[in-house]
Write a protein that binds this ligand. Sequence first.
Ligand SMILES: [Fe+2]
Length: 132
Amino acid sequence: MNGGNYMTKKLQIYKCEKCGNIIEVLHDGPGELSCCGAPMALYEEKTEDAGKEKHLPLVEKTDTQVKVYVGGVSHPMEDSHFIEWIEVITDGGSFKKFLLPNNKPAANFNILKNVKEVRIYCNIHGLWSRKF
Ligand SMILES: [Fe+2]
């Protein structure tokens, strides 16, 4: 679809360092993404926990659901520090649950198979990914 001249951006997440806008790419185009007059930064996905807070999503697959938890010890869900969303990416799409402070840092998705990746976003510590 993209002619091979650039890496696909589909489902990549970009952030504006000035205003804090965060976007996810749904359709791939060759142009550079910019906001507030500057290029947007590709959000680097972290794949290993470091330090005492745990962000790597824990994933349990059943016959009918994909259950996602954030942190072996639950991640904080306070006004100033919380998991904003959990996303499951499959061969055919992506499924997202937005969370609020005081929600559990967890989500269930009615997805049966072909899970490729689970991502979560912490408003302080950024983007975390577990690939399958
Ligand atoms: Fe965090």
